[in-house]
Design a protein around this ligand. Structure first.
Ligand code: ADP
Length: 462
């Protein structure tokens, strides 16, 4: 009869399917480059390459007091940013929690709430005569509004919501100019601000990181989702030719690159676990690249492998596995914890499985889980490297000896051990030694500081 396969035997199979060779990475990078080009040429492409109407880099000498409002997935954040020039700034902020109802109820009501929070913040921080910045009667502060949902813009201070993402569903918003709707709320509550810029968080991250470190060329977010922004020459953005913008200028592009390889699935190596994640998601076929990389999905991919091994009677025989069989029960933060377990016995992993899933594990199983996390985390980082490489290559950033800095943010980048190192290794696999010139670093707060700097840049242009 067949000899029993050990966990190490099983691992070999997963190593094969989750490992990306340098050769494969270079092929993905080439296809990625083509997708970026196509997105610049025509509207409505798979990678949409959204023009942001943020023109060029900040000088680093922007100055002044700006308000920033960040409507993210879970919180509403109001920031007062003092932009001080020389790459310096100070920030004071308050957070307000959004309820599930607010995400679903009428859009004007959602924005009324934003306006009220802004008003409260101003009343508390800016109207007292002893406050550091005393707002005089009739005076208005410029506001940068970070609204990180896909919007079509043809200037910086307006944007038509294409579709809600991240669980929002407020009716009467899609297809409408969100800046206009928000201005109505600002008027209604008599908030002393001028909405001067509507921006996406990746664009804000790009500008904030460049303000602090001018060698920054690209920004990437690795959070619930995954996206990137960079600065493009207007002459390369074929699809906005009719706007007759001075072709010697540059404009930031919000790539929305999470969509790479959606629908056609020609380029990315997807395992059957990835296909299950996709088919069971609320938007099958969409965000194909993001589904292999971002925090929302990595834990689920690992969980699906475990479920397969439970079905094959390899893992947890005789134990009740219902808790781990719940979709999305295994958070990506567990992968981080498993990979960083410092003990020989892998005590952290014992804890995760017993505490959250009521499961006992053997040492061999725990070593297997950790190795599996490593495969999935490493693949995510190496695929991200392909996206970064595509932008770098397209823009010729390695043609000079200058370092090319990439501002990166999001829990996956900030908290997953070794994630940045794996991106860097991937870049060397793609480009050889010169790939070492591309260095990621923790980005500046894009939705607060970035949006304030963009508001400052916008004011300077007027
Ligand atoms: P968002 O993208 O929603 O603004 P974050 O940048 O915090 O927020 O990303 C949230 C995602 O990061 C979630 O999918 C979560 O599973 C994942 N995450 C949270 N903590 C960690 C961690 N320690 N290691 C890896 N991923 C994490």
């Amino acid at each position: 009869h067949a000899t029993k396969r050990t966990m190490a035997d099983h691992l070999r199979k997963y190593e094969t399917i989750f490992t990306l060779t340098p050769q494969r990475m270079r092929m993905i990078t080439e296809a990625f480059k083509e997708a970026l080009e196509l997105g610049l040429q025509k509207p409505g492409q798979i990678v949409p390459m959204i023009p942001t109407f943020v023109f060029g880099w900040p000088t680093g000498q922007e100055k002044g007091e700006y308000l920033a409002l960040d409507l993210g997935g879970t919180n509403l954040r109001v920031c007062l940013v003092s932009v001080q020039g020389d790459g310096k700034f100070e920030i004071a902020q308050s957070k307000y929690r959004l309820t599930e109802e607010q995400k679903q109820e009428d859009g004007q009501k959602l924005f009324d709430f934003c306006a009220e929070c802004l008003k409260t913040f101003i009343d508390q921080n800016l109207t007292e005569s002893d406050s550091p910045l005393h707002l005089k009667p009739g005076e208005k502060l410029p506001l940068g509004f970070t609204f990180s949902y896909p919007c079509a813009q043809d200037r910086i201070d307006h944007g038509v919501l294409i579709r809600w993402t991240k669980g929002f569903g407020a009716p009467n918003m899609e297809g409408h100019d969100v800046a206009e709707i928000f201005r109505k709320s600002l008027e209604k509550y008599d908030v002393p601000v001028v909405l001067s810029a509507l921006i996406n968080d990746t664009t804000g991250t790009l500008i904030a990181s460049h303000y602090v470190n001018p060698k920054t060329k690209i920004a990437v977010i690795f959070g619930t989702g995954c996206n990137a922004a960079y600065m493009e020459h207007v002459s390369n953005i074929e699809k906005i030719k009719s706007l007759n913008i001075d072709s010697s200028t540059d404009m930031a592009i919000n790539c929305e690159w999470g969509a790479f390889d959606s629908f056609e699935h020609e380029h990315l190596p997807r395992t059957k676990y990835d296909i299950t994640v996709d088919e069971d998601s609320n938007k099958p076929k969409e965000q194909a690249f993001e589904k292999l990389i971002s925090g929302r999905y990595l834990g689920e991919i690992l969980r699906l492998v475990l479920c397969e091994l439970i079905d094959e009677a390899v893992l947890f025989l005789g134990q009740n596995t219902y808790k781990i069989e719940v979709p999305y029960a295994f958070d990506t933060a567990f992968l981080s914890l498993m990979e960083s377990d410092p003990t020989d016995e892998l005590l952290m992993i014992i804890g995760i499985f017993s505490h959250f899933f009521a499961l006992e594990t053997t040492l061999a199983e725990r070593q297997f889980f950790r190795a599996l996390a490593k495969l999935i985390g490493r693949r995510a980082a190496r695929l991200s490297a392909c996206g970064i490489a595509a932008i770098v290559d397209k823009m010729g950033y390695l043609e000079t000896e200058e370092p090319c800095l990439v501002g990166a943010d999001g829990s996956l980048y900030n908290k997953y051990p070794g994630f940045a190192d794996r991106i860097h290794e991937g870049l060397v696999d793609i480009f050889g030694e010169k790939g070492r010139r591309i260095v990621t670093h923790h980005a500046e707060d894009g939705s607060g500081v970035g949006s304030a700097i963009i508001a400052a840049m916008t004011k300077a242009r007027r």
